[in-house]
Design a protein around this ligand. Structure first.
Ligand SMILES: Nc1ncnc2c1ncn2[C@@H]1O[C@H](COP(=O)(O)OP(=O)(O)O)[C@@H](O)[C@H]1O
Ligand SMILES: [Mg+2]
Length: 233
């Protein structure tokens, strides 16, 4: 479903060249949950931005369902991101001037979806994430965990195939983070999602089918050992 071929990403920091991703090869099958671990600055967010079509300044090729992303024009990339990919951030990225329901419906405003169908889907999703009673509330009145539930509902609005999560529990306390992880697992099954969880937290990585570690610009298959992620030897 997703394949990376020799993907490299270099940033220029003044006169210094930062080689963040280095000829990375990777492929993923659908329906899996995958944790990507790695120390801060190892390039986890950079990798997600490339997978999500947000960053196109890389070397190499990225295929999504056999389609190479660089072959798509801006409109096609926007459509792919709207229809196929959901994105969850550590800091929620909700719009405070909209209600929860409107935040969830937002992706439908850029797609050919009738208002009634969008409203129905938003209500259904908010109910499934446990927020049926907060439909008309604005995000600033919600707790962190509730905000992330709204963000998850919004990410699922257009029935994406892939859900990219960048430190999704990073701003939540342990108990709330655990609830959010359980919610991911349930929705992954219900919506047949491929889930990529970027995290430095072992408890998040533990729920994934597979663990990868990003180190020295490469992704290596990892395993969890004594509370750490280590490369498979
Ligand atoms: N747009 C950019 N310009 C320059 N350097 C960047 C840019 N984006 C990320 N970096 C650098 O690339 C490295 C990896 O960043 P990032 O992918 O955010 O790491 P992680 O998410 O694993 O903490 C960091 O050293 C960061 O400073
Ligand atoms: Mg990051």
């Amino acid at each position: 479903m997703i394949r990376l071929e020799h993907v490299s990403r270099v940033f220029q920091d003044g006169t210094k060249r930062l080689e963040i991703l280095n000829e990375l090869d990777w492929s993923l099958e659908t329906g899996q949950s995958i944790a990507v671990m790695g120390r801060s600055g190892s390039g986890k967010s950079t990798l997600l931005n490339i997978l999500g079509g947000l960053d196109r300044e890389y070397e190499g090729k990225v295929f999504f369902d056999g389609q190479e992303l660089k072959q798509l024009n801006d409109r096609q990339i926007a459509q792919l991101r709207n229809q196929k990919i959901g994105y969850i951030f550590q800091s929620f990225h909700l719009l405070d001037q909209l209600t929860c329901e409107e935040n969830v419906m937002l992706p439908s405003w850029f797609a050919e979806m009738s208002h009634d169908a969008a409203l129905q889907r938003a209500k259904d999703l908010l109910t499934r994430v446990g927020l049926a009673h907060k439909i008309g509330t604005r995000p600033q009145r919600l707790s962190g965990g509730e905000k992330q539930r709204v963000a998850i509902a919004r990410a699922l609005m257009m029935k994406p195939a892939l859900l990219l999560c960048d430190e999704p529990t990073g701003n939540l306390d342990e108990a709330t983070g655990e609830e959010i992880l359980q919610l991911f697992l349930r929705l992954q099954k219900e919506e047949h999602l491929t889930l990529i969880l970027v995290t430095h937290e072992i408890r998040t990585a533990e729920i994934a089918d597979q663990v990868f570690v990003l180190q020295q610009g490469k992704l290596v298959q990892g395993k969890l050992e004594d509370g750490h992620a280590v490369a498979h030897s």
